[in-house]
Ligand binder design. Structure first.
Ligand SMILES: Nc1ncnc2c1ncn2[C@@H]1O[C@H](COP(=O)(O)OP(=O)(O)OP(=O)(O)O)[C@@H](O)[C@H]1O
Ligand SMILES: [Mg+2]
Length: 354
């Protein structure tokens, strides 16, 4: 009898393995044979981790067999150097249980080759990093020159000239911020985010972020207030990076709130975590955007519209918060306002995160 499923799976361009509950290979498809340089016969009894050189497969399967009823585990990106060809590959791995009449009989492992995709991602990251670096130096001299002209250091300007240079000055600061954000993001994406977590006073942190934005809020007719508890235990945080996150959240609130509105920066102490939130009475965010805005270059479309940013601030904030073992989320009502909250672990004596 023809083994149709087996034949079909042999033509799949993903590597497939079936293992028993002891994680020994029972079957693999032809693509797996080719890419890992092993035959079905030779593979019997070996482990998938052993054949592929991907050690993370063992805990992944342990996890799968232990969970019983939860979503199937996935590894987004694992790297391995193939033993027989010496080539570097990246795979996305998904594991699914194979159920027999008496519970788990084994697992199906699917390895999708994402090497090309990963290389392109890396290329894009490097490109971004080089371009933003190259932008920075000339930009600095443009900013300096404009500042000199604007302040009359090189002679008086007429009224029209002042207007023009004020506009150029504003564009320069927008561009500088964009280039800085792109650089920061490419640094983070290349894995170079380094969090120096120290015991930090959350009140001091909030004040540091709020102080420089007070005037900007006043100019816009928005009241910027803080709601801080009396005693706050230290939080495990990188001071400057956390100030950056708060500044960015307050900056957004300022951008998306009309005159007459209020922005409140709050600190709340939980049992194991500390919560920072920035609440505004601005335009709000439609539900379908509430997860998306934490991705890069995502901005809300529609009546709220673009207001000049690049859509990078929240993506960077999320990376920074996640690197602190924290979480960030938003609650919002369109037309009433938004509250962005992030949590950090409290500082423990040993100085460890988590
Ligand atoms: N407080 C807020 N109220 C309403 N919408 C918001 C608020 N904060 C963020 N958003 C929405 O989320 C989008 C993404 O925010 P993000 O900070 O990542 O980018 P940006 O502010 O547009 O640009 P950038 O931060 O790079 O200057 C914004 O474009 C806006 O549509
Ligand atoms: Mg922003």
């Amino acid at each position: 009898m023809t083994d149709w499923p087996g034949l079909a799976l042999n033509h799949l361009s993903d590597a497939l393995f079936i293992t028993d509950v002891a994680q020994r290979i029972v079957w693999l498809n032809r693509f797996a044979e080719e890419i890992f340089g092993i035959t079905l016969k030779e593979s019997r009894g070996l482990s998938a981790a052993g054949i592929t050189g991907i050690e993370a497969l063992t805990p992944l399967l342990d996890d799968l067999f232990e969970r019983e009823s939860s979503p199937e585990p996935v590894l987004d990106k694992v790297e391995t150097v193939l033993r027989f060809s010496g080539k570097r590959y990246y795979f996305r791995v998904a594991a699914a249980p194979v159920e027999g009449p008496e519970g788990f009989a084994g697992a199906l492992l699917q390895l999708t080759d994402i090497t090309r995709f990963s290389e392109m991602e890396k290329f894009k990251g490097d490109y971004l990093s080089i371009v933003s670096h190259e932008f920075r130096t000339p930009l600095t001299s443009v900013v300096l020159g404009v500042e000199m002209l604007r302040t009359g250091l090189l002679g008086e300007l007429n009224e029209r000239g002042e207007e023009i240079f004020a506009a150029i000055g504003d564009d320069c600061s927008r561009l500088t911020k964009l280039v800085d954000n792109l650089l920061e993001l490419s640094r983070i994406e290349s894995g170079a985010i380094y969090i120096q977590a120290e015991p930090v006073d959350a009140v001091e942190l909030v004040q540091e972020a709020v102080r420089p934005l007070k005037i900007q809020a006043e100019n816009k007719g928005i009241s910027l207030v803080t709601e801080l508890p009396g005693a706050v235990p230290p939080v495990a945080a990188d001071f400057n990076k956390t100030v950056w996150v708060l500044t960015n959240l307050i900056g957004n609130a300022l951008r998306y709130t009309e005159a007459g509105g209020t922005i409140a920066v709050q600190v709340r102490v939980g049992r194991r975590r500390l919560y920072f939130s920035v609440r505004d009475t601005g335009c709000g965010i439609p539900p379908e955007y509430r997860d998306q805005i934490f991705e890069k270059f995502i901005q809300v479309r529609g009546p709220v519209g673009r207001k000049g940013g690049a859509g990078l601030g929240l993506a960077i904030s999320k990376e920074i918060v996640t690197a602190h073992d924290g979480e960030i989320w938003v609650e919002s009502e369109v037309g009433a306002g938004s509250t962005f909250t992030f949590s950090f672990p409290l500082f423990r004596r040993e100085g460890m995160l988590g």
